[in-house]
Design a protein around this ligand. Structure first.
Ligand code: ADP
Ligand code: MG
Length: 730
């Protein structure tokens, strides 16, 4: 029997059902595996604790002797929890996380076995990094890289089965100092944002000393049965199904959305949630999504870099817990054609150390003025750097989703709702080119009246916008479900930092010319509204008209990853990242190269799987069934029946023959096209080649014929689990 039928049989016997572990109180386990500041207080000396705190709050360096104390404290804590190994945990550009486990165990000179973890081991480690992508940086400069402790993220204990590992969050850099991960630039972008945003916030409130960005992600994912997944080599190797006819019932009834969560999935959710709580991930919501077998979870928002760590940890935990439940989590942006894909909305805002959310309308005219300033600056930033924002979410997986009538289009626009649109229009009209004191008073009061505090309930939702204001934050919706949010967040922080910096320059220069501060600010705000308003769009982002309208407005609409990535290496981008000290030219070039390489590999793998499946699964099934039909026809002929008695069989035989011919000739041509691309020297050319000459030319075509065969061939010959089974059986 085939894996497919074994899997189906196993499912009906319930042999894959796993009970969830008992219910526990969240507050009783929350953060128990995290070296929080509270734990630090308990395990560290005053000196160690103060130094750690200063490093977290103000980025102060921790010196060696204190690092030794901190390491000892962390080890003591971990030891008490039965931890034997530690690892530097980091975020290489492959997109997943990496770790290299070392044991605390060591031998002294005289052979005595001891357990040890000193400051040096905490601060720096040298993973064998040669296999992590470096976009040529290491080849040109220095062959090795090292990981360095990032005290701003708390250490945590990862439990895998009975094993427990102490994980030290780190950044990953080459010996020549270039960053090789997603985390380091993120931290730098936060510094840049802090600097620019504090200066602008100080126009309104001198007490603001620190501003951080906040992130609340919403993770979408699919869950399917493990045995069924195992019978789909495409899912196993590429994370998506390259073939599969749409089931008779898909998501058209929308009966899955917010329906009750299936029991088997519920057990899995409770288990991964509990593991997440132990790691301090503040998960709050869970529900079904639109597509069958699709779900979502979201936490309470946190400071960006911690939120990024938590999302990566969650993806890891979900994957492991799913396996325990004999399930598979699919994080791919588009595991199934014809039904919705998965995204990861990034809810983003900025918060001051005085406790103000800068994107929440305020209580007083002054705080509302501050809100308006940051609000308009965000719109301006997205307008000016839309191409770089687009690049920040580009990936092979996301290409399937963006603009696929379910997800935001590849055109970056901003939705702010009717209400705020009107406010901005008012400012534009009433302030005019000239602005005087009289206007100021009216405007400030009006502004206050026109921006109600509870805008939250007033912002109409527009699900089709890639970047939407939702009452007290912006929601970057175009991020892919597998993505490390750090990439999108780094770029958003960075374009915001740059825009605020320019804003301050312009306001200051008006003030120097003798303008009153408020008037100067209002003037620049108006200027920004005028220059950025073409990025504002309230209509249906999925519509055909928007594509045309966006083109008229001159908004970029880059549909594929290889071209979208170009925006990373323009002069504008280089200046942006370098002047804000986020990425150097070399680092940008390297990242560009790495993202292109990732794209090439993904498409290459999919192309190979398609070829393999066709020769080893699809064609044999089609031929087997054809033989059955031929046998039948021969038999009917033998007993002397007229052709009309088997004309239908003949027709099917012919149809199958046509599709077989198409599939094999297209696969042969696709392999040829791949060979042409493989010898291309230039990475960008190769990526474009894979995109247009391999993927666009052949993928859909091959799939069309394979999916037709799926409908024609006797079900019992078909070895790949069908969509209805993958999506509806559990
Ligand atoms: P939905 O978008 O589904 O209506 P919510 O608006 O409640 O749900 O929140 C979605 C996400 O936005 C949650 O993860 C939440 O923590 C996050 N969020 C709320 N406020 C902020 C903020 N100021 N900064 C960043 N994220 C936020
Ligand atoms: Mg949302």
């Amino acid at each position: 029997m085939s894996l497919r039928f074994d899997a189906i049989k196993g499912l009906s016997n319930g042999q894959n059902d796993v009970k969830a572990s008992g219910q526990v109180k969240i507050t009783a386990i929350f953060g128990e595996n995290v070296f929080t500041l509270k734990t630090a207080r308990e395990y560290l000396s005053d000196e160690g604790y103060k130094s750690l705190l200063a490093s977290i709050r103000g980025g102060k360096k921790i010196d060696r002797t204190v690092a030794n104390q901190i390491a000892a404290g962390i080890r003591q804590w971990a030891d008490g929890k039965g931890v034997t190994h530690y690892t530097h945990w980091f975020q290489p550009l492959t997109g997943t996380t990496a770790e290299k486990h070392d044991s605390f165990f060591t031998l002294k000179g005289d052979g005595t076995a001891i357990e040890e973890f000193d400051g040096a081991a905490l601060i720096q480690q040298e993973p064998d990094a040669s296999s992590f992508p470096s976009g040529g940086i290491r080849a040109t400069f220095e062959a090795r890289g090292y990981t360095a402790w990032d005290p701003s993220s708390p250490a945590f204990i990862m439990e895998i089965g009975a094993g427990k590992t102490l994980c030290i969050p780190t950044i990953f850099v080459s010996y020549t100092g270039e960053t090789l991960d997603y985390k380091a630039p993120l931290l730098k972008s936060l510094e840049a944002l802090n600097k620019s945003a504090v200066e602008v916030a100080n126009y309104f409130d001198k007490n603001v000393q620190k501003i951080t960005a906040t992130l609340g992600w919403e993770q979408e994912y699919f869950v399917i049965d493990e045995a069924l997944a195992n019978a789909r080599p495409d899912l196993l190797l590429s994370g998506r199904t390259v073939f599969g006819h749409a089931p008779a019932k898909g998501q058209q009834l929308e009966d899955h959305y917010f329906g009750s969560i299936p029991e088997r999935i519920y057990a899995f959710m409770r288990d991964f949630e509990n593991e997440s709580y132990k790691l301090g991930i503040p998960l709050r919501t869970r529900h079904n999504e639109v597509a069958p077998a699709q779900f979502e979870c979201a936490p309470i928002f946190e400071e960006v870099s911690v939120a990024v760590d938590h999302n990566l940890l969650l993806m890891d935990v979900m994957d492991r817990v799913a396996r325990r439940h004999k399930l598979r989590v699919l994080l791919h942006e588009k595991p199934f054609a014809g039904i919705n894909g998965s995204g990861k909305h990034n809810n983003w805002s900025m918060a001051t150390d005085t406790g103000v959310n800068l994107l929440a309308p305020g209580k007083t005219p002054k705080t509302n003025f501050m809100f308006l300033t940051f609000f308009v600056n965000t719109i301006k930033a997205v307008h000016d750097y839309a191409d770089i924002m687009r690049a920040s979410i580009a990936s092979a997986g996301n290409d399937h989703r963006l603009g696929a009538n379910e997800a935001p289009p590849a055109i970056i626009s901003v939705f702010i709702g009717q209400y705020l649109n009107k406010v901005l229009q008012d400012i534009k009209e009433r302030v005019g080119d000239k602005f005087d004191e009289q206007d100021e008073a009216i405007l400030k009061l009006d502004l206050h009246r026109s921006i109600p505090e509870l805008l939250l309930d007033n912002t109409d939702r527009n699900r089709t916008s890639p970047f939407a204001f939702t009452g007290n934050k912006f929601e970057f919706r175009a991020v892919g479900s597998t993505a490390n949010c750090a990439n999108a967040m780094t770029i958003l922080n960075c374009v915001m930092a740059e825009t605020l910096k320019q804003f301050k320059k312009e306001v200051d220069s008006l003030i120097e010319k003798g303008e009153k501060k408020e008037i100067a600010i209002m003037h620049v705000i108006r200027e920004y509204i005028v220059s950025a308003e073409k990025v504002l769009f309230e209509g249906d982002g999925y519509s055909e008209e928007w594509q045309k309208e966006a083109e008229r407005r001159g908004l970029p609409n880059v549909k594929t990853t290889p071209l979208a990535l170009d925006a990373l290496v323009t002069e504008k981008a280089k200046h942006l990242f370098e002047s804000n000290n986020v990425l150097s030219h070399v680092e940008l070039e390297a990242r560009h190269e790495i993202e292109l390489e990732k794209y090439i590999k993904k498409v290459q793998i999919e192309a190979r799987i398609m070829g393999e499946l066709c020769t080893s699964h699809i064609l044999p099934a089609a031929i087997n069934y054809q033989n059955v039909l031929l046998e039948n026809i021969r038999g009917l002929k033998e007993i002397g029946l007229e052709e009309s008695a088997f004309s239908n069989q003949l027709l099917i035989v012919k149809k199958i023959a046509e599709h077989i011919e198409k599939v094999s000739s297209l696969v042969t041509k696709m392999i040829e096209a791949r060979k042409v691309c493989n010898v291309m020297e230039n990475t960008r050319d190769k990526a474009i080649g894979y995109c247009t000459e391999v993927k666009e030319k052949y993928f859909d075509d091959i799939r069309y014929h394979v999916d037709k065969l799926e409908l024609l061939v006797d079900d019992k010959f078909w070895m790949l689990p069908k969509y209805r089974e993958l999506l509806f059986l559990r």
